[in-house]
Design a protein around this ligand. Sequence first.
Ligand SMILES: [Cu+2]
Length: 324
Amino acid sequence: MGRAQRGGDHRGSVRVGRGRVAKLAALAALVIPLTTGCSVDEVIRFGWPVGVTPQAEAMRQLWTWSAIAALVVGAITWGAMFWAIAFHRKRKGDDDTPPRQTQYNLPIEIVFTVIPTIIVAVLFGFTVNVQNYVTAHLPNPDVRVNITAFQWNWRFDYPDARAANGQPITTQGTSETIPLLVLPTDRSIQFTQHSTDVIHSFFVPEFLFKRDVFPYPQQNDQDNVWRIDRIDREGAFVGRCAELCGAYHAMMNFEVRALSPALYDRWVTLREQVNPTTGALYTAGEALGALNCGQLCTPQAYTTYPFNTDRTKRSASEPVTAGS
Ligand SMILES: [Cu+2]
């Protein structure tokens, strides 16, 4: 067998090898999404939770398109890299002459400066647009809630709803009770927040949003007002403190309970009244229990649970069993 013929066989086997790799890659690209149970919706969320507000959806779309833009740039870059690696390797018999050099090529330099600048400008434009939408205030919100954060719990006041004692409806968490932030679906809600001690952060993952809770927000030049246009569906959503605020920061949880507007109105009416069983104003949990609407009206939080404050226990807190 001559040298040329052996060389031909070698090139042929390389071609077959490359073809097999390409087929395997295509097969993996097809099979992996199908076998891992990922829906198209899940894939294009690129790991973000499913939001329940229009603001969350706007941010999710920004994220999705930014990720797609990054993947397109990535695919072009990886393609160029692998093409150079595969087809421009130093081969046996090549001498040490360097390949054709293209530095100081002004048109290419200009193109490679202008294209990234355009990409960054477009991403910046869309980001500012979404940010302005998410952080805008509402002139006339349907519901207003004042949030007070403190080491290590939350208080929620409804300034537009007066209880029988003339004070706004208030829900405050304790070491034994996770505070329930009851809100209506399909109504605009504006939150005003402040802290009584250190900086906390109000975070509901399903809102895809968090805002630091400052002491003295005005003096600290902080925008402590934000809003959501509506909550899209009923449900219970865990809320957390997202700013390291002290020893029990990780346990500073609350629960958003989103009710239909009709149920929410009934809940507010109950909270304005005295509970005949206790002789005191209805608590958030008692009023929910009285609505009797199934799991959504469970008097205690069920997305999270109170923590054990006894530090001598040295064991993890346990979920509160039903009825306790
Ligand atoms: Cu905190």
